[in-house]
Design a protein. Structure first.
Lengths: 77, 338
């Protein structure tokens, strides 16, 4: 499993990585969260609003920061 | 569990309306009876202002942020981009300015959004219309204007904000500034994987709206209270008419001065509007105050720094210049009419 957080380094983006890590802990998953901050790489995912979450190359959502429970649900599915 | 919400929301709304109605008498009772301040004194005036305005503005904020949060679930930047992609200038400028009001936007996403729009073939001027209207005409500004000045000023702000976004975007489009984009901008290719539109039910939408309230109100409430406290101080202690000399209609230079002071200032609407209200009360002219507010909210230094990554200096300067000029025109117009 590969998890990436896309964000240019704003407060919301780091909040999303923190919550994603918490969600992974909740699911007992040992996955490192990769942060993608290069704007061209972010665009390559077709994402225009940061932060966004990418699981195994698929964009799950963009432009918002869900809470830990919702994140766990998204990652699990 | 999810169903519960449909039983909780309507009564909450009723309670909100009743509380809003009794707010003024309750605040007066609290200040003059319970605390025992004299309505004729400056301290009494200042405290009454603070005690009434703070809950009023916060209540309005919660309601409107919830409503706007709900509306925003129907718009995404991706959808807006698709809508604008095929549009020509003029029609495109108008649509971009309108969509700027309802599309969720955070200034930290300004660069990817800009790239996405340009890549989709949205004309530069149309993209600017969006980038001007999105921060300037926002729900927090409109709520505060409505709560503190009434619907006329709020309506005027909405109309003139849209007018500037449309006009400035159109002018910038005419100026043919594409050569001042950073070279790599036009080479950026956007991936096709694009975030598929999430399928949202009403429960998800209400969830998102609730999150928006928590996030936005949680962020701005301190500014609102600080702003109202400063406003209360001015309300109680600054003598009537003092501002008339500095920011009144007679002082022709006050509009450009307000814009010049406002552009480098960075504050959100929540902090600046209560201050503005007090200035207005003490004799500042509406146009001057409006210009000041728009310059503070609409043009911010941090956003320019962010945009510098995709725009070369001449384009940034043209952007600031054209928008500032639009604000100037609006300021003079209002001082002339009112």
């Amino acid at each position: 499993m590969k998890i990436q957080v896309l964000g240019t380094g704003c407060a919301k983006c780091s909040e999303l990585s923190t919550r994603t890590e918490a969600a992974l802990k909740q699911l007992n998953l040992e996955v490192t969260v990769e942060k993608v901050s290069d704007i061209r790489e972010i665009m390559a995912f077709g994402v225009m609003s940061t932060p966004a979450l990418v699981v195994d190359g698929k964009v799950c959502f963009a432009g918002r920061v869900p809470n830990v429970d919702e994140l766990a649900k998204i990652i699990a599915s | 569990m999810k169903l519960r919400r449909w039983f909780v929301l309507p009564p909450l709304l009723v309670i909100w309306v009743i509380a809003y109605r009794v707010l003024k008498p309750a605040a007066e009772w609290l200040t003059y009876q319970l605390i025992g301040l004299d309505p004729a004194t400056r301290l009494g005036q200042a405290v009454a202002f603070f005690v009434y305005d703070t809950p009023k503005v916060l209540m309005l904020l919660v309601l409107v942020v919830f409503g706007v949060g709900l509306i925003r679930t129907f718009f995404t930047p991706e959808r807006t981009r698709r809508t604008l992609a095929g549009k020509r200038e003029t029609v495109g400028n108008v649509m971009a300015a309108l969509l700027g009001v309802v599309t969720p936007f955070c200034s930290c996403s300004a660069v990817p959004l800009f790239l996405g729009f340009v890549e989709a073939g949205v004309p530069l001027g149309v993209t600017f219309s969006f980038l001007i209207s999105a921060p300037m005409v926002n729900e927090v500004a409109l709520v505060l204007l409505f709560g503190l000045f009434g619907w006329k000023v709020a309506g005027l702000y909405l109309a003139t904000g849209l007018f500037i976004a449309i006009g400035a975007g159109w002018v910038l489009g005419r100026m043919r500034l594409e050569k001042h984009l950073e070279p790599w901008v036009l080479e950026t290719r956007m991936g096709g994987v694009a975030a598929e539109d999430e399928h949202l039910g009403w429960n998800d939408r209400l969830d998102h709206a609730q999150q928006a309230v928590r996030e936005i109100v949680g962020k701005v409430w301190l500014y609102v209270i600080a702003g109202i406290a400063v406003g209360a101080g001015i309300h109680g202690y600054v003598p009537e008419g003092l501002m008339a000399g500095i920011m009144g209609k007679q002082a022709w230079w006050s509009v450009p001065a307000a814009v010049l002071v406002g552009v480098p200032m960075y504050s959100n609407a929540a902090g600046i509007i209560p201050v503005v209200q007090a200035l207005l009360e003490k004799g500042a002219a509406l146009g001057t105050v409006l210009a000041f507010m728009m310059a503070v909210i609409g043009l911010s230094l941090p956003e320019m720094v962010i945009l510098r990554r995709v725009l070369k200096m001449p384009l940034i300067l043209a952007f600031v210049g054209v928008v500032a000029f639009g604000i100037l025109v609006v300021g003079y117009l209002f001082n002339l009419v009112f």
